[in-house]
Write a protein of this length. Structure first.
Lengths: 259, 74
């Protein structure tokens, strides 16, 4: 199977995993390991100074030799806010990879295309490896690619909805036109959904809620790894095409009772 | 060494008012808050500080301070 290359870095796993919403840091770390992922996302937030305890820094739980840590700009509503978060993330850990996520709408958390493009332009100029979270808009995907983003990350369905790829036709057009990797992000709720995304031509997938929200997140992380790998393996195996009419699997000669 | 409370200044820390001793530097503030300086990033009045600036950055009245760190996120 072909490795995935983003911004010159090679990945074996095509499953990216978010670190939000896990019941505990230990379960999160175990699920990350079980998923085999090499790309994980994190968020930047104010330290809760009123909290009675200071939790272990999240980054200490992640093996930075194994995974690329990609801070997101969640919480940003404007390009300016997203750029500020990206710069803080770089200062915090030298992170150059950034998941550009600009979601001013609280109900559907849909990304703002105009602010996203503006922020992408600035961040690319500042040397960031920009992975923009977008609606499945092929024109926007092209515009982002033109300003130099390292990938495009169209949603399959709104964040956290577990509804699967609801926009397959648009994802296919993005895949057809993109010269950068296409990562289907958001809304993937079952291993069949990630397989579906890869069958549509996506280079990788990003999953968080479906793993973190499962009764057994570690087992679910493995299931998603297998779903992703199965689809990629099938793609490599060069699937036979579809046909309208039945194509017999058994020989059509030598039937019993014929003359 | 300890300045009287009346000399303390008011800063804005993570969106809340906070009184700090005069001539408090950022390193001292982090120590006071029990925060590991390697696990956080500090922004003062919109400027991101590098770790080597924590000692030399003295907080002034009305300073807007943000202390952030990484948490789980998708």
């Amino acid at each position: 199977m072909k490795p995935l290359v983003i911004a010159g870095r090679t990945f074996t796993s095509r499953l990216f995993v978010g670190t939000g919403k896990f019941g505990s840091a230990e379960v999160m770390a175990e699920a990350i390991r079980a998923s085999g992922t090499e790309v994980v996302t994190v968020a930047l937030r104010r330290v809760d100074l009123a909290a009675p305890e200071r939790p272990d820094p999240l980054l200490s739980l992640l093996d930075r030799d194994r995974v690329v840590i990609v801070p997101n700009t969640s919480g940003a509503r404007t390009a300016e806010e997203a750029i500020r978060i990206a710069r803080l993330s770089r200062a915090a850990g030298g992170f150059d990879w950034i998941k550009l996520e600009l979601t001013p709408d609280p109900n559907y958390l849909l990304p703002d295309p105009i602010e996203t493009l503006k922020a992408a332009e600035t961040l690319v100029k500042e040397g960031f490896i920009v992975l923009p979270y977008i609606n499945a808009d092929p024109v926007l995907a092209m515009r982002l690619q033109e300003v130099g983003t390292a990938a495009v990350m169209p949603l399959g369905a709104p964040i956290g909805t577990n509804r699967g790829v609801r926009n397959g036709d648009m994802i296919k057009i993005i895949v057809e036109q993109a010269r950068v990797p296409v990562v289907v992000d958001a809304g993937l709720g079952m291993p069949s959904h990630v397989a579906n995304a890869i069958e549509l031509g996506a280079d990788a997938v990003l999953v968080n809620t479906a793993i973190a929200g499962a009764g057994d997140p570690v087992l679910m992380a493995k299931a998603f790894a297998l779903g992703t790998e199965a689809a990629e393996m099938a793609r490599t195996a060069d699937p036979g095409g579809e046909s309208q009419l039945a194509q017999a699997s058994s020989p059509l000669t030598g039937f019993l009772g014929t003359d | 060494m300890n300045a009287p409370e009346s000399d303390w200044i008011e800063v804005r820390l993570n969106g809340k008012d906070q009184r700090v001793p005069p001539n408090q530097n950022v390193a001292g503030l982090l120590a006071e808050l029990g925060l590991d300086p390697t696990g956080v990033v500090v922004e003062v009045d919109g400027n991101i500080l590098q770790a080597d600036q924590y000692q030399v950055t003295i907080l002034t009245a009305t300073a807007q301070i943000e202390i952030v760190h990484f948490v789980g996120g998708g």
